[in-house]
Design a protein around this ligand. Structure first.
Ligand code: C2O
Ligand code: CU
Length: 450
Protein backbone atom coordinates (compact mmCIF):
# COMPACT_ATOMS: atom_id res chain seq x y z
CA UNK A 1 0.00 0.00 0.00
CA UNK A 2 1.53 3.29 -1.08
CA UNK A 3 1.42 6.46 0.99
CA UNK A 4 2.38 9.95 -0.06
CA UNK A 5 5.85 10.80 1.16
CA UNK A 6 5.89 13.72 3.57
CA UNK A 7 7.25 16.81 1.87
CA UNK A 8 9.39 19.03 4.00
CA UNK A 9 10.28 22.69 3.87
CA UNK A 10 13.79 23.19 2.55
CA UNK A 11 15.05 25.24 5.41
CA UNK A 12 13.24 25.82 8.64
CA UNK A 13 12.43 29.38 9.61
CA UNK A 14 15.04 30.63 12.03
CA UNK A 15 17.98 29.04 10.24
CA UNK A 16 18.38 32.42 8.65
CA UNK A 17 19.31 35.23 11.03
CA UNK A 18 17.00 37.71 9.30
CA UNK A 19 13.65 37.43 10.94
CA UNK A 20 10.87 36.21 8.70
CA UNK A 21 13.09 35.40 5.71
CA UNK A 22 12.80 31.87 4.37
CA UNK A 23 15.54 30.82 2.01
CA UNK A 24 15.34 28.00 -0.45
CA UNK A 25 17.28 26.70 -3.37
CA UNK A 26 15.82 25.16 -6.48
CA UNK A 27 17.88 23.49 -9.15
CA UNK A 28 16.12 22.63 -12.38
CA UNK A 29 17.83 19.63 -13.95
CA UNK A 30 17.21 16.24 -15.52
CA UNK A 31 16.40 13.45 -13.06
CA UNK A 32 14.85 10.00 -12.91
CA UNK A 33 11.75 9.28 -10.88
CA UNK A 34 9.38 6.35 -10.50
CA UNK A 35 6.13 7.75 -11.89
CA UNK A 36 4.55 4.61 -13.27
CA UNK A 37 3.79 1.51 -11.15
CA UNK A 38 6.87 -0.37 -9.87
CA UNK A 39 6.82 -2.95 -12.67
CA UNK A 40 7.73 -0.14 -15.10
CA UNK A 41 11.15 1.49 -15.36
CA UNK A 42 11.83 4.90 -13.85
CA UNK A 43 11.04 7.92 -16.03
CA UNK A 44 13.55 10.53 -17.13
CA UNK A 45 12.05 13.92 -16.20
CA UNK A 46 13.10 17.51 -15.66
CA UNK A 47 12.88 18.18 -11.97
CA UNK A 48 13.43 20.75 -9.25
CA UNK A 49 15.88 19.30 -6.73
CA UNK A 50 15.50 15.84 -8.21
CA UNK A 51 11.79 15.32 -7.56
CA UNK A 52 8.71 15.83 -9.72
CA UNK A 53 6.80 17.72 -8.47
CA UNK A 54 9.51 19.81 -6.80
CA UNK A 55 9.67 20.36 -3.05
CA UNK A 56 6.74 21.96 -1.23
CA UNK A 57 7.84 25.44 -0.20
CA UNK A 58 6.08 26.45 3.02
CA UNK A 59 6.19 29.92 4.53
CA UNK A 60 3.96 31.93 6.79
CA UNK A 61 1.97 34.95 5.66
CA UNK A 62 4.14 38.05 5.92
CA UNK A 63 7.40 36.12 5.52
CA UNK A 64 9.79 36.97 2.73
CA UNK A 65 10.70 34.10 0.49
CA UNK A 66 14.12 34.15 -1.14
CA UNK A 67 14.68 31.40 -3.68
CA UNK A 68 17.93 30.93 -5.55
CA UNK A 69 17.12 29.13 -8.80
CA UNK A 70 19.93 27.40 -10.66
CA UNK A 71 19.43 26.25 -14.21
CA UNK A 72 20.86 22.79 -14.75
CA UNK A 73 18.91 22.28 -17.99
CA UNK A 74 20.30 22.52 -21.50
CA UNK A 75 17.93 25.41 -22.31
CA UNK A 76 16.95 28.72 -20.68
CA UNK A 77 14.29 28.77 -17.98
CA UNK A 78 12.55 31.02 -15.44
CA UNK A 79 10.30 30.48 -12.42
CA UNK A 80 6.85 32.02 -12.15
CA UNK A 81 5.06 32.12 -8.78
CA UNK A 82 1.57 31.35 -9.88
CA UNK A 83 -1.11 33.29 -8.01
CA UNK A 84 1.32 35.20 -5.81
CA UNK A 85 1.03 38.99 -6.04
CA UNK A 86 4.74 39.58 -6.49
CA UNK A 87 6.48 42.75 -7.70
CA UNK A 88 6.72 42.65 -11.49
CA UNK A 89 10.46 41.99 -11.58
CA UNK A 90 9.92 38.75 -9.63
CA UNK A 91 7.18 37.37 -11.90
CA UNK A 92 9.45 35.12 -13.94
CA UNK A 93 8.28 35.99 -17.45
CA UNK A 94 11.21 35.79 -19.87
CA UNK A 95 12.06 38.97 -21.81
CA UNK A 96 9.20 40.83 -20.14
CA UNK A 97 10.12 40.82 -16.45
CA UNK A 98 13.64 39.33 -16.66
CA UNK A 99 16.12 37.84 -19.09
CA UNK A 100 15.79 34.04 -19.15
CA UNK A 101 18.13 32.15 -16.82
CA UNK A 102 20.71 30.63 -19.14
CA UNK A 103 22.02 27.08 -18.65
CA UNK A 104 24.43 27.06 -15.72
CA UNK A 105 23.25 30.48 -14.48
CA UNK A 106 21.35 31.44 -11.37
CA UNK A 107 18.64 33.96 -10.50
CA UNK A 108 17.41 34.90 -7.05
CA UNK A 109 13.70 35.54 -6.60
CA UNK A 110 12.61 37.41 -3.53
CA UNK A 111 9.17 38.61 -2.48
CA UNK A 112 6.87 38.93 0.47
CA UNK A 113 4.08 36.40 0.89
CA UNK A 114 1.27 38.92 1.29
CA UNK A 115 -1.57 36.47 0.82
CA UNK A 116 -2.00 33.20 2.69
CA UNK A 117 -3.04 30.29 0.53
CA UNK A 118 -2.12 27.49 -1.83
CA UNK A 119 0.03 28.60 -4.74
CA UNK A 120 2.51 26.94 -7.06
CA UNK A 121 5.58 27.56 -9.13
CA UNK A 122 6.62 26.56 -12.64
CA UNK A 123 8.78 27.87 -15.50
CA UNK A 124 7.39 30.49 -17.85
CA UNK A 125 9.78 29.59 -20.65
CA UNK A 126 8.45 26.96 -23.06
CA UNK A 127 6.16 26.08 -20.20
CA UNK A 128 4.31 23.41 -22.17
CA UNK A 129 7.45 21.31 -22.29
CA UNK A 130 9.28 22.36 -19.12
CA UNK A 131 6.29 21.98 -16.82
CA UNK A 132 5.08 19.00 -18.84
CA UNK A 133 8.38 17.22 -18.16
CA UNK A 134 8.02 17.74 -14.42
CA UNK A 135 9.09 21.27 -13.49
CA UNK A 136 6.38 22.41 -11.09
CA UNK A 137 5.84 22.45 -7.35
CA UNK A 138 3.65 23.74 -4.55
CA UNK A 139 4.06 26.94 -2.55
CA UNK A 140 2.00 27.03 0.64
CA UNK A 141 1.61 30.26 2.57
CA UNK A 142 0.16 29.44 5.96
CA UNK A 143 -2.27 31.74 7.71
CA UNK A 144 -0.92 33.44 10.80
CA UNK A 145 -3.57 31.49 12.69
CA UNK A 146 -4.47 28.44 10.64
CA UNK A 147 -7.74 26.59 11.14
CA UNK A 148 -7.44 23.47 13.25
CA UNK A 149 -7.22 20.23 11.39
CA UNK A 150 -5.59 16.87 12.04
CA UNK A 151 -3.58 16.95 8.82
CA UNK A 152 -2.79 19.65 6.29
CA UNK A 153 -1.96 17.94 2.98
CA UNK A 154 -0.87 19.07 -0.45
CA UNK A 155 -1.81 17.00 -3.49
CA UNK A 156 -0.15 18.15 -6.67
CA UNK A 157 -2.14 16.52 -9.47
CA UNK A 158 0.08 15.67 -12.42
CA UNK A 159 -0.80 14.31 -15.84
CA UNK A 160 1.87 12.60 -17.92
CA UNK A 161 1.93 11.28 -21.45
CA UNK A 162 4.15 8.23 -21.29
CA UNK A 163 5.06 5.64 -23.88
CA UNK A 164 4.98 1.88 -23.29
CA UNK A 165 8.36 1.94 -21.60
CA UNK A 166 7.21 4.71 -19.21
CA UNK A 167 9.36 7.33 -20.97
CA UNK A 168 7.84 10.76 -21.52
CA UNK A 169 6.38 10.75 -25.01
CA UNK A 170 7.72 13.33 -27.47
CA UNK A 171 5.61 15.64 -29.56
CA UNK A 172 5.50 18.59 -27.16
CA UNK A 173 3.79 21.50 -28.84
CA UNK A 174 2.34 19.41 -31.69
CA UNK A 175 -0.18 21.36 -33.74
CA UNK A 176 -2.82 18.74 -32.99
CA UNK A 177 -2.49 19.33 -29.23
CA UNK A 178 -2.21 23.09 -29.72
CA UNK A 179 -5.42 23.31 -31.75
CA UNK A 180 -7.47 20.79 -29.75
CA UNK A 181 -7.62 20.07 -26.00
CA UNK A 182 -3.91 20.48 -25.28
CA UNK A 183 -1.55 17.70 -24.28
CA UNK A 184 -3.67 15.28 -22.29
CA UNK A 185 -1.68 12.53 -20.63
CA UNK A 186 -2.26 8.87 -19.87
CA UNK A 187 -0.98 8.70 -16.29
CA UNK A 188 -2.38 10.86 -13.50
CA UNK A 189 -0.26 11.15 -10.38
CA UNK A 190 -0.65 12.57 -6.88
CA UNK A 191 2.60 14.20 -5.75
CA UNK A 192 4.34 12.29 -8.54
CA UNK A 193 3.05 8.91 -7.36
CA UNK A 194 0.64 6.54 -9.01
CA UNK A 195 -1.30 6.07 -5.77
CA UNK A 196 -3.82 3.34 -5.34
CA UNK A 197 -4.85 3.95 -1.73
CA UNK A 198 -4.52 6.92 0.55
CA UNK A 199 -4.72 5.94 4.20
CA UNK A 200 -6.93 8.00 6.49
CA UNK A 201 -8.10 7.60 10.06
CA UNK A 202 -11.69 7.59 11.14
CA UNK A 203 -12.72 10.89 12.75
CA UNK A 204 -9.83 12.95 11.44
CA UNK A 205 -10.28 16.27 9.70
CA UNK A 206 -8.04 16.84 6.68
CA UNK A 207 -7.30 20.07 4.93
CA UNK A 208 -6.55 19.01 1.40
CA UNK A 209 -4.79 21.49 -0.87
CA UNK A 210 -5.38 20.38 -4.44
CA UNK A 211 -3.23 21.84 -7.20
CA UNK A 212 -3.88 21.05 -10.84
CA UNK A 213 -0.38 21.07 -12.34
CA UNK A 214 -1.41 19.32 -15.55
CA UNK A 215 -0.71 20.90 -18.95
CA UNK A 216 -4.26 20.42 -20.14
CA UNK A 217 -6.36 18.04 -18.06
CA UNK A 218 -9.41 19.38 -16.24
CA UNK A 219 -10.35 17.42 -13.11
CA UNK A 220 -13.83 17.02 -11.65
CA UNK A 221 -13.36 15.08 -8.44
CA UNK A 222 -16.17 13.33 -6.60
CA UNK A 223 -15.45 12.07 -3.10
CA UNK A 224 -17.68 9.03 -2.66
CA UNK A 225 -19.17 8.75 0.83
CA UNK A 226 -17.81 12.14 1.95
CA UNK A 227 -18.91 15.75 1.93
CA UNK A 228 -15.89 17.95 1.35
CA UNK A 229 -16.28 21.66 1.83
CA UNK A 230 -14.40 24.20 -0.24
CA UNK A 231 -12.70 26.82 1.94
CA UNK A 232 -10.39 28.46 -0.61
CA UNK A 233 -10.09 28.67 -4.39
CA UNK A 234 -6.81 29.58 -6.05
CA UNK A 235 -5.51 30.14 -2.53
CA UNK A 236 -8.08 32.81 -1.75
CA UNK A 237 -10.59 32.20 1.06
CA UNK A 238 -14.19 31.63 0.01
CA UNK A 239 -17.26 31.20 2.15
CA UNK A 240 -17.13 27.48 3.06
CA UNK A 241 -19.50 25.53 0.85
CA UNK A 242 -20.07 22.12 -0.60
CA UNK A 243 -19.04 22.04 -4.26
CA UNK A 244 -21.81 22.25 -6.81
CA UNK A 245 -23.16 18.78 -7.67
CA UNK A 246 -20.56 17.35 -5.29
CA UNK A 247 -17.77 17.80 -7.87
CA UNK A 248 -14.60 19.78 -7.32
CA UNK A 249 -13.76 21.12 -10.78
CA UNK A 250 -10.20 22.27 -11.39
CA UNK A 251 -8.87 23.48 -14.71
CA UNK A 252 -5.12 23.55 -15.28
CA UNK A 253 -3.34 25.82 -12.74
CA UNK A 254 -6.37 26.06 -10.45
CA UNK A 255 -6.33 25.14 -6.77
CA UNK A 256 -8.94 24.27 -4.18
CA UNK A 257 -8.50 23.92 -0.43
CA UNK A 258 -10.97 21.40 0.96
CA UNK A 259 -11.89 20.43 4.49
CA UNK A 260 -12.86 16.76 4.58
CA UNK A 261 -14.11 15.05 7.71
CA UNK A 262 -13.38 11.34 7.67
CA UNK A 263 -16.78 10.33 8.97
CA UNK A 264 -16.71 6.66 8.01
CA UNK A 265 -15.73 3.54 9.93
CA UNK A 266 -12.29 1.99 10.37
CA UNK A 267 -11.39 -0.48 7.58
CA UNK A 268 -13.82 1.00 5.06
CA UNK A 269 -12.75 2.43 1.69
CA UNK A 270 -14.19 5.07 -0.65
CA UNK A 271 -13.19 6.08 -4.13
CA UNK A 272 -12.31 9.52 -5.36
CA UNK A 273 -13.44 9.55 -8.98
CA UNK A 274 -12.61 12.00 -11.76
CA UNK A 275 -15.69 12.45 -13.94
CA UNK A 276 -14.76 15.50 -16.02
CA UNK A 277 -14.47 13.70 -19.38
CA UNK A 278 -17.64 11.60 -19.48
CA UNK A 279 -16.10 8.83 -21.59
CA UNK A 280 -12.87 8.77 -19.61
CA UNK A 281 -13.98 8.41 -16.00
CA UNK A 282 -11.43 6.81 -13.74
CA UNK A 283 -10.73 6.26 -10.08
CA UNK A 284 -8.08 8.72 -8.92
CA UNK A 285 -7.40 6.98 -5.61
CA UNK A 286 -9.28 5.34 -2.75
CA UNK A 287 -9.55 6.79 0.73
CA UNK A 288 -8.72 3.74 2.79
CA UNK A 289 -9.57 3.83 6.49
CA UNK A 290 -7.02 2.31 8.83
CA UNK A 291 -8.14 0.10 11.68
CA UNK A 292 -7.16 2.68 14.28
CA UNK A 293 -9.97 3.75 16.62
CA UNK A 294 -11.73 6.97 15.56
CA UNK A 295 -10.29 10.34 16.55
CA UNK A 296 -12.65 12.74 18.33
CA UNK A 297 -14.73 14.62 15.79
CA UNK A 298 -13.92 18.26 15.02
CA UNK A 299 -17.29 18.78 13.38
CA UNK A 300 -18.03 21.88 15.45
CA UNK A 301 -14.70 23.64 14.93
CA UNK A 302 -14.73 26.64 12.56
CA UNK A 303 -13.30 26.24 9.05
CA UNK A 304 -13.69 29.72 7.56
CA UNK A 305 -10.36 31.35 6.68
CA UNK A 306 -9.46 34.98 7.36
CA UNK A 307 -9.58 37.22 4.27
CA UNK A 308 -6.40 38.24 2.46
CA UNK A 309 -5.53 41.94 2.04
CA UNK A 310 -7.12 42.37 -1.41
CA UNK A 311 -8.44 45.67 -2.75
CA UNK A 312 -12.19 45.50 -3.37
CA UNK A 313 -13.09 46.66 -6.88
CA UNK A 314 -15.41 49.67 -7.01
CA UNK A 315 -18.04 48.36 -9.41
CA UNK A 316 -19.83 51.70 -9.66
CA UNK A 317 -16.74 53.33 -11.12
CA UNK A 318 -15.16 50.42 -12.92
CA UNK A 319 -14.08 50.63 -16.54
CA UNK A 320 -15.43 47.82 -18.72
CA UNK A 321 -13.67 45.88 -21.47
CA UNK A 322 -14.49 42.79 -23.49
CA UNK A 323 -11.92 40.10 -24.17
CA UNK A 324 -12.98 37.63 -26.86
CA UNK A 325 -11.28 34.25 -27.27
CA UNK A 326 -11.45 32.63 -30.71
CA UNK A 327 -9.90 29.85 -32.74
CA UNK A 328 -9.18 26.17 -32.30
CA UNK A 329 -10.51 23.13 -34.13
CA UNK A 330 -14.22 23.19 -34.79
CA UNK A 331 -13.99 26.92 -34.32
CA UNK A 332 -12.90 29.79 -36.47
CA UNK A 333 -9.20 29.64 -37.31
CA UNK A 334 -9.45 31.76 -40.45
CA UNK A 335 -6.77 34.39 -40.57
CA UNK A 336 -4.74 32.87 -37.73
CA UNK A 337 -1.27 32.07 -39.12
CA UNK A 338 0.02 28.62 -38.17
CA UNK A 339 1.54 27.50 -35.84
CA UNK A 340 -0.85 29.82 -33.96
CA UNK A 341 -4.37 28.54 -33.44
CA UNK A 342 -5.99 30.95 -31.00
CA UNK A 343 -6.54 34.66 -30.51
CA UNK A 344 -7.49 37.13 -27.83
CA UNK A 345 -9.33 40.12 -29.34
CA UNK A 346 -8.03 39.05 -32.72
CA UNK A 347 -4.35 38.83 -31.78
CA UNK A 348 -2.19 35.75 -31.37
CA UNK A 349 0.91 36.23 -29.24
CA UNK A 350 3.56 34.00 -27.81
CA UNK A 351 6.21 34.85 -25.29
CA UNK A 352 9.63 33.38 -24.80
CA UNK A 353 10.75 34.57 -28.23
CA UNK A 354 11.96 38.00 -27.24
CA UNK A 355 9.67 39.52 -29.88
CA UNK A 356 8.20 42.86 -28.79
CA UNK A 357 4.83 42.48 -27.23
CA UNK A 358 2.12 45.13 -27.49
CA UNK A 359 -0.12 45.23 -24.45
CA UNK A 360 -3.72 44.27 -25.11
CA UNK A 361 -4.94 46.71 -22.46
CA UNK A 362 -3.46 49.71 -20.71
CA UNK A 363 -4.75 49.87 -17.14
CA UNK A 364 -4.52 52.81 -14.78
CA UNK A 365 -3.00 52.06 -11.44
CA UNK A 366 -5.64 52.08 -8.70
CA UNK A 367 -8.55 51.94 -11.16
CA UNK A 368 -11.20 49.20 -10.94
CA UNK A 369 -11.91 47.10 -14.02
CA UNK A 370 -14.60 44.70 -15.12
CA UNK A 371 -13.50 42.42 -17.93
CA UNK A 372 -16.08 40.38 -19.78
CA UNK A 373 -14.32 37.24 -21.00
CA UNK A 374 -16.11 35.64 -23.92
CA UNK A 375 -15.14 32.14 -25.00
CA UNK A 376 -16.28 31.79 -28.60
CA UNK A 377 -14.49 28.46 -29.03
CA UNK A 378 -15.57 24.85 -28.64
CA UNK A 379 -13.01 24.18 -25.90
CA UNK A 380 -12.68 25.00 -22.20
CA UNK A 381 -9.99 27.53 -21.29
CA UNK A 382 -8.60 28.33 -17.83
CA UNK A 383 -7.74 32.02 -18.15
CA UNK A 384 -5.02 33.31 -15.85
CA UNK A 385 -4.02 36.88 -15.00
CA UNK A 386 -0.62 37.54 -13.44
CA UNK A 387 0.05 39.90 -10.56
CA UNK A 388 -3.57 40.26 -9.46
CA UNK A 389 -6.54 38.26 -8.28
CA UNK A 390 -10.06 39.01 -9.43
CA UNK A 391 -13.61 38.37 -8.33
CA UNK A 392 -15.83 36.35 -10.63
CA UNK A 393 -19.05 38.36 -10.78
CA UNK A 394 -21.13 36.52 -13.37
CA UNK A 395 -21.14 33.49 -15.64
CA UNK A 396 -23.22 33.68 -18.80
CA UNK A 397 -24.77 36.79 -17.29
CA UNK A 398 -25.87 35.09 -14.05
CA UNK A 399 -24.39 36.24 -10.73
CA UNK A 400 -22.04 33.68 -9.19
CA UNK A 401 -23.04 32.20 -5.84
CA UNK A 402 -19.77 32.98 -4.04
CA UNK A 403 -18.22 35.90 -5.98
CA UNK A 404 -15.01 33.98 -5.56
CA UNK A 405 -11.56 35.51 -5.85
CA UNK A 406 -9.47 33.63 -8.41
CA UNK A 407 -6.32 34.04 -10.43
CA UNK A 408 -7.47 31.53 -13.06
CA UNK A 409 -11.06 31.24 -14.23
CA UNK A 410 -12.24 28.22 -16.18
CA UNK A 411 -14.43 29.22 -19.11
CA UNK A 412 -16.43 26.30 -20.40
CA UNK A 413 -16.92 26.13 -24.15
CA UNK A 414 -18.94 29.12 -25.37
CA UNK A 415 -19.19 30.45 -21.83
CA UNK A 416 -18.67 34.05 -20.78
CA UNK A 417 -17.71 35.42 -17.39
CA UNK A 418 -17.25 38.86 -15.89
CA UNK A 419 -14.29 39.38 -13.61
CA UNK A 420 -13.48 42.46 -11.53
CA UNK A 421 -10.30 43.68 -9.91
CA UNK A 422 -8.31 46.75 -8.96
CA UNK A 423 -5.23 47.23 -11.15
CA UNK A 424 -2.98 47.88 -8.17
CA UNK A 425 0.27 46.17 -9.18
CA UNK A 426 2.34 48.16 -11.70
CA UNK A 427 4.02 46.43 -14.61
CA UNK A 428 3.38 44.27 -17.65
CA UNK A 429 1.36 41.22 -16.68
CA UNK A 430 0.64 38.15 -18.71
CA UNK A 431 -2.94 37.21 -19.31
CA UNK A 432 -3.33 33.81 -20.93
CA UNK A 433 -4.92 30.42 -21.18
CA UNK A 434 -3.28 27.89 -18.86
CA UNK A 435 -3.78 24.98 -21.20
CA UNK A 436 -0.10 25.30 -21.91
CA UNK A 437 -0.40 24.32 -25.58
CA UNK A 438 -3.09 26.97 -26.09
CA UNK A 439 -0.86 29.56 -24.46
CA UNK A 440 1.91 28.55 -26.85
CA UNK A 441 -0.55 28.66 -29.74
CA UNK A 442 -1.45 32.32 -29.30
CA UNK A 443 -3.95 32.45 -26.45
CA UNK A 444 -1.83 34.91 -24.59
CA UNK A 445 -1.68 38.62 -24.10
CA UNK A 446 -0.27 41.10 -21.70
CA UNK A 447 -1.86 43.99 -19.83
CA UNK A 448 0.13 47.01 -18.71
CA UNK A 449 -0.63 48.65 -15.37
CA UNK A 450 0.80 52.16 -15.20
CU1 C2O B 1 0.86 29.60 -14.11
CU2 C2O B 1 1.50 32.63 -16.79
O1 C2O B 1 1.22 31.08 -15.46
CU1 CU C 1 -7.15 27.37 -23.73
Amino acid sequence: MAAAAPLLPLLARGQNPEHGVVEARLTAAPAKVQLAPPDYPATAVWAYNGTAPGPVLRVRQGDRLRVAVRNGLAEPTTVHWHGVRVPNAMDGVPFITQPPIEPGAEFVYEFEARDAGTFWYHPHQRTFEQSGRGLHGALVVEEREPIRVDRDLVWVLGDWRLDKGAAIAGGFGSFFDVSHAGRLGNLVTINGLDLDQFVVRSGERIRLRLINAANARVFALEFRGHRPRVIALDGQPVEPHEPQDGRVVLGPAMRADLVIDMTEKPRSAFDIVDTFYPRMRYRLVALSYSDQPPLPSRADAPIALPANPLAEPDLGRAEHHDIVFRGGMMGDMRGIPRPMAWTMNGKAASCGTGQPFDPLLFLKRGQSYVLRLVNETQWPHPIHLHGHVFRVLTRNGQPTAHREWLDTVLLQRRESAEIAFVADNPGDWMFHCHVLEHQDGGMMACVRVL
